[in-house]
Ligand binder design. Structure first.
Ligand code: RET
Length: 278
């Protein structure tokens, strides 16, 4: 019997190790990830410190919500840094990055872990904002459902390789969900914050959030997933910089505001009690 020929390397089977080394060799790209791991860690410590004296259950719920944003973030960036949530994906015919190669393989580097983990982080941003505005759970959970839909359709847009128009169809779906979220924040919650007495802090948070969030679809369209005007490193730094504003800056503003438990925010000891507490 003749010896079996060695199996040829399977197409598209870039190993995690190759991707890890690719990121590792690009100091700027790794820095865009590692910086966020550090900032998420520092934000978690700052939250724990500022939350020491909080006793009001509503203020504590907002705290848990912002804490989870950074917990998701530190995990998200660990996934990117380790090569676990990156892939080299071949773009469909007609795409401006079709035919490109990365690390010796046909395709471009797609940081799909970002879109996946936004599914878990953005709901907590919206829960915190909705609670600060004094909104009801129907609207808060509607915005949560929409942001999950927005992130998952965005993930689909990034990973679709069958046809170019399908990538942009996913993008259009995602943008539609996004615009409804923007409406909830700018119209519904702004009006509620006026009545609740939290308009001052809410106006700052809403500005940072709406302006910051608009940056993501713009980067997607300009980056390698869309028109491929920006390269992967610039896109990655763009997302990382937006994350600093939409997550850590927003979180710190919320925590500094909550620290002295303003009466417009507190729910009192009865708030959120379960039947087992009475
Ligand atoms: C995508 C592409 C498809 C169209 C739209 C997008 C919007 C993404 C947004 C992301 C926000 C992320 C945040 C993360 C913080 O952890 C998916 C880029 C509309 C708004 C705030």
């Amino acid at each position: 019997l003749s010896a079996q020929p060695a199996p040829a390397a399977a197409v598209g089977a870039t190993t995690q190790r190759t991707l890890f080394e690719y990121v590792h060799d690009d100091a700027l790209l790794s820095l865009s990830f590692v910086l966020n791991i550090a900032l998420a860690g520092l934000t978690i410590l700052a939250i724990v410190f500022l939350a020491r004296g909080l006793s009001d259950p509503r203020a504590r719920l907002i705290t848990v919500s912002v804490l989870l944003i950074s917990v998701v973030s530190i995990s998200s960036y660990t996934g990117l840094t380790s090569g676990l949530t990156l892939s080299i994906v071949e773009m469909p015919p007609g795409h401006p990055a079709a035919g490109r190669t990365t690390a010796g393989e046909a395709g471009v580097l797609i940081m799909w872990g970002r879109y996946l983990t936004w599914t878990f982080s953005t709901p907590f941003i919206l829960i915190a904002l909705g609670l600060i505005a004094g909104s009801d759970w129907t609207k808060i959970l509607t915005s949560v459902a929409l942001t999950i839909a927005m992130c998952l359709t965005g993930l689909a847009a990034a990973l679709t390789t069958s046809a170019l128009f399908l990538r942009w169809w996913w993008y259009a779906l995602s943008s539609t969900f996004f615009l409804v979220i923007v409406y909830i924040i700018l119209v519904e919650w702004s009006a509620e914050a006026d009545l609740t007495g939290t308009a001052d802090i809410f106006d700052t948070l809403k500005l940072l959030t709406v302006v910051g969030w608009f940056g993501y679809p713009v980067l997607w369209a300009l980056g390698v997933e869309g028109f491929a005007v920006l390269d992967v490193v610039v896109t990655s730094w763009g997302y990382s910089a937006l994350d600093v504003i939409t997550k850590y800056v927003v979180t710190m503003l919320i925590m500094l505001y909550l620290a002295d438990e303003p009466s417009a925010i507190t729910g009192g000891p009865e708030w959120g009690q379960s039947t087992r507490d009475s």
